[in-house]
Design a protein around this ligand. Structure first.
Ligand code: MOS
Length: 722
């Protein structure tokens, strides 16, 4: 069996993604997007488009598809396109053209004439911050301010004033987009009052429910198939514009509709990561002990204020032991595409600020950056009584320092020919969460077993996890497990997001396996069955009675049953009241900056992670490597350039830089493996997002070590190092 079940399918091209599905009489949709950042659509002239060859329908806010506001089970009101003439950003979906062929739909879309009444637009976080009233306290689910003060301390200002050493700096991070390889796309088939939508997503049952509310259908009439997903990272947690539009157009036209965003549209007609500005003030004793930590954060959001990038809440609230803590979170609504969850939302940009500031503090103290972090290791989040269930961050640093050769680091870096070489470290943390999940286990008479859930495998390895945890729970070889996921017709498996899927689905598999084994034993010992009246036990895929054993398939055949089924469920519970839960890691980066050209190259990377039990070494390792590459990308490559009119100047893969192989060295990933059974029965915590956390700071810290130049924004470019 291959280490990753989906690997052969993906590398041979036989994996069928959403748009690889074709149906008789299928037609094609093309999304029309806005060209202004703020205003009202006064009219849309669609006469030419409607008359173009092959065109079947041209939909707009004036001639809309039947789509209503939709509530997402996870995100509240979700984005349903074409419901308003208001334009809030460049690249907002405002029309949908359906034709017999893709080319005809695209050509006709170019003929749609849009008349706007343009309004002033605010499109830069810096401009927004300059207008005091633009920054508003964040709301949604995040409390805007949290303050914890030691007894006898009146304010965070007092605590900072009393600190012998203070570092006060402001950091900023660029807005980003998930840029999945597979553009957001869908194929919708409407048949006898029932809708099936094939669309890459992070959870088919959630997608089906969003589609059902938007199309005002009974949830039972909607099936979402989420076959293979070409990258999601938080950007496919909600149903996409093409899925809503294809579904509604298929209903209107009575024909299957296929629609995909173009590569350029992926950058605007979806959602990305907010820009942030973060001010951090650290107060410490001369021995490095933190006295006070203040972290004020401002992040961009869209006009509807759909999301807060929880930087200070995701990092400073939990990372270090400090007697005095004050964090705040404000948002600046801008006329830009909405932000949403993007891999390690909060922690990714938040850790750039906090872990850069910690490096600045180490420098101010003349202290080793690892020692400073160990000095302030927390046993529990500040102000909380609940200790971490299992934390081995010290060990991550100890092993990492050894593996990386940290002892060779000098406080002023070193040179190697024309290269200035530096090393940097940072902490990585990401909360360990679980979501409710159900998995169906079926024992078959041919001695195979089905493990099925609606959950998603957006490249994270969940399919393989179903097979491995299923095999372990049923005590049989993984080759005998037939895993299936990505279909809302299966038991609700929740979302692959928040680094939760392995813990959530894995625990549900264990519960389901225990149930089906109980049923098997009851069937095997029932009157007339092979073990009638005997004491029976299950082990090794067999029912064991007095002196003999039969496989579960043999038992089922003997009693004339094709199969036996049980559904196991899991959800976060009482454990949340007993401990705090997080994954931990130590990031090590070596950077080379050319003395003359000032280009910065990451030359070595090591991440040592404490994420509980590792179920599938290869999948876990590639998640972490991928995340670390994201960190390099954030540090040195990635970010939108916003033009004054609110257009992204680099909304394509030529201008939106992400690392290629030549930018990435060999990456060393090491696990310290302590199964965390206080968190869940399989002992695995999340590893999907933590890989990116801390990396951008470790790169910036290594650049400082190499050059003496402290860059407080990402991405860091050549011009920052001149
Ligand atoms: Mo993600 S940002 O875990 O969907």
């Amino acid at each position: 069996m291959p280490a990753r079940l989906d690997a052969p399918l993906k590398v041979t091209g036989s994996a069928k993604y959403a748009v690889d599905h074709n149906f008789p009489d299928m037609v094609y949709g093309y999304v029309v997007v806005s060209s202004i950042a703020h205003g009202e659509i006064e009219h849309m002239d669609v006469t030419a488009a409607k008359g173009a060859p092959g065109v079947l329908g041209v939909y707009s806010p004036f001639d809309p598809l039947a789509l209503s506001a939709a509530m997402s089970p996870s995100f509240g009101e979700t984005w349903v396109p074409l419901r308003s003439t208001k334009v809030n950003y460049v690249g907002q979906p405002i029309g949908f053209v359906v034709a017999e062929t893709f080319e005809q739909a695209r050509d006709a879309a170019m003929l749609v004439e849009v008349g706007y009444r343009q309004l002033p637009a605010l499109t830069s976080l810096a401009d927004g911050l300059a207008t005091a009233e633009a920054a508003v306290p964040a709301h949604l689910d995040t409390p805007p301010e949290i303050t914890v003060l030691a007894d006898g301390v009146d304010s965070i200002e007092d605590a900072l004033a009393a600190s012998p050493v203070v570092v006060d700096a402001t950091y900023s991070t660029a807005p980003q987009n998930h840029t999945p390889m597979e553009p957001h796309s869908a194929v919708a088939v409407w048949e006898s009052g029932r809708l099936t939508v094939y669309s890459g997503n992070q959870g088919s049952d959630l997608q089906a429910r969003e589609l059902a509310t938007a199309l005002d259908l009974d949830p039972a009439a909607v099936r979402a198939v989420n076959p293979f997903v070409g990258g999601a990272f938080g950007g496919k947690a909600r149903t996409s514009a093409p899925a809503f539009l294809a579904a509604a157009a298929s209903r209107a036209l009575g024909r299957p509709v296929k629609a995909s965003l173009t590569r350029e549209q992926v950058f605007t007609a979806t959602a990305g990561r907010a820009a942030t500005v973060q001010r951090i003030t650290l107060g410490a004793e001369r021995d490095g002990t933190l006295v006070a930590l203040r972290h004020d954060s401002w992040s961009s959001t869209d006009i509807e204020r759909s999301f807060i990038e929880p930087t200070s809440h995701g990092t400073s609230r939990e990372w270090y032991a400090t007697p005095n803590l004050a964090i705040s979170q404000k948002v600046v609504p801008l006329h830009l595409p909405p932000p949403t969850f993007m891999r390690a939302p909060g922690e990714a940009p938040g850790s750039f600020a906090l872990e850069s500031a910690m490096d600045e503090l180490a420098d101010a103290l003349g202290m080793d950056p690892i020692e400073l972090r160990q000095r302030n290791n927390s046993l529990a989040p500040p102000g909380k009584d609940l200790q971490w269930s299992s934390k081995h961050l010290d060990e991550c640093f100890r092993i990492g320092a050894e593996r990386f050769g940290w002892a060779e680091r000098s406080p002023r870096g070193r040179t190697d020919g024309d290269w200035l070489v530096g090393m940097g470290v940072a902490v990585a943390m990401f909360p360990a969460l679980r979501f409710p999940a159900s998995v169906r286990i079926t024992l078959n008479a041919d001695d195979t077993a089905d493990v099925q859930t609606s959950g998603a495998d957006p490249g994270t390895g969940l399919l393989t996890v179903l097979s491995l945890v299923g095999a372990e729970s049923l005590d049989i070889a993984a080759e005998r497990i037939k895993p299936r996921l990505g279909d809302s017709a299966l038991p609700a498996g929740g979302m692959s997001g928040g680094s939760t899927a392995t813990a959530s689905a894995g625990t549900a598999i264990m519960a389901g396996a225990a149930k089906v084994i109980d049923e098997l034993l009851a069937v095997a010992s029932a009157p007339g069955a092979p073990f009638a009246g005997e004491e029976v036990a299950y082990a090794d895929g067999r029912v064991h009675g007095a002196g003999r054993a039969m496989t579960f398939g043999e038992v089922l055949r003997a009693v004339g049953r094709p199969n036996l089924t049980a559904v196991g469920s899991s959800a976060p519970g009482e454990e949340m009241t007993k401990h705090s839960f997080s994954s931990f890691g130590a990031q090590f980066v070596e950077v080379r900056v050319h003395r003359l050209t000032r280009e910065a190259r990451v030359s070595r990377m090591l991440g040592v992670f404490d994420g509980g039990r590792v179920i599938n070494d290869q999948a876990a390792r590639s998640q972490l490597k991928g995340g670390m590459i994201w960190g390099v990308s954030a540090a040195l490559h990635e970010g939108f350039e916003v033009e004054s009119g609110g257009r992204f100047a680099n909304a394509d893969l030529a201008g939106y830089l992400i690392p290629v192989n030549a930018d990435i060295p060999d990456i060393d990933v090491h696990f310290v493996e302590y199964p965390d059974t206080l968190h869940n029965d399989i002992g695995a915590r999340g590893l999907g997002e933590i890989g990116t956390v801390g990396v951008a700071a470790a790169v910036a810290n290594a650049i400082y070590n190499a050059t003496g130049i402290r860059v407080r924004h990402i991405p860091i470019r050549i011009e920052d190092l001149l």
